[in-house]
Ligand binder design. Structure first.
Ligand SMILES: [Zn+2]
Ligand SMILES: [Zn+2]
Length: 167
């Protein structure tokens, strides 16, 4: 029988092996300590992608929201952790589950401008240039630039190279 080793520990049941274990509340709040052991953690990560994806989706009347981890930074896209240290963008996983592979060079973009949305009919395929044009048209460019302001070629190039790293 396991015993508490710290007063702030809470009891949890491992979703993989159903064993009871204790974990400190601060880890739970960070989204850590979800499994009793590293081996259960790896078993969870090795489950089929669709299963890992759907357990993190909360459907609302409009957007389907990602409840898992988010990518840090300005556009908090959902992230789906996979086997080993791999992670994929959740909205890209959604596209692949519903429509198949994403053609090389194309990105999955949001019609609804909600980075944490994974609803397939809110997503569309486009190029990075489409996304930049879409962002500028919708006035959500870098630094909240007013609609209709033109980017200089140099700042556009640096903006694109920064965005590229995200995909
Ligand atoms: Zn376990
Ligand atoms: Zn949406």
């Amino acid at each position: 029988m396991l015993a508490r080793t710290h007063p702030s520990q809470v009891e949890r049941r491992c979703p993989i092996c159903a064993r009871l274990y204790f974990v400190r509340l601060k880890y739970v709040k960070r989204g850590e300590g979800q499994y009793c052991s590293p081996s259960c953690f790896h078993k969870a990560r090795n489950r089929p992608e669709a299963e890992r994806f759907w357990e993190k989706v909360k459907e609302t009347a409009s957007c389907w929201l990602w409840t898992g981890a988010n990518k840090p930074g300005r556009w908090p896209y959902g992230m789906l952790a996979g086997p080993g240290k791999t992670a994929k963008l959740a909205h890209r996983v959604s596209w692949e589950l519903h429509h198949g592979a994403i053609p090389t060079g194309l990105n999955v973009l949001h019609k609804c401008d909600n980075p944490s949305c994974v609803r397939p009919d809110h997503l569309f395929l486009g190029t990075l240039a489409d996304n930049t044009a879409d962002m500028i048209a919708k006035g959500r460019g870098k630094g909240g630039r007013p609609i209709g302001t033109k980017l200089s070629p140099a700042s556009l190039a640096s903006f694109r190279s920064k965005r590229r790293k995200r995909f």
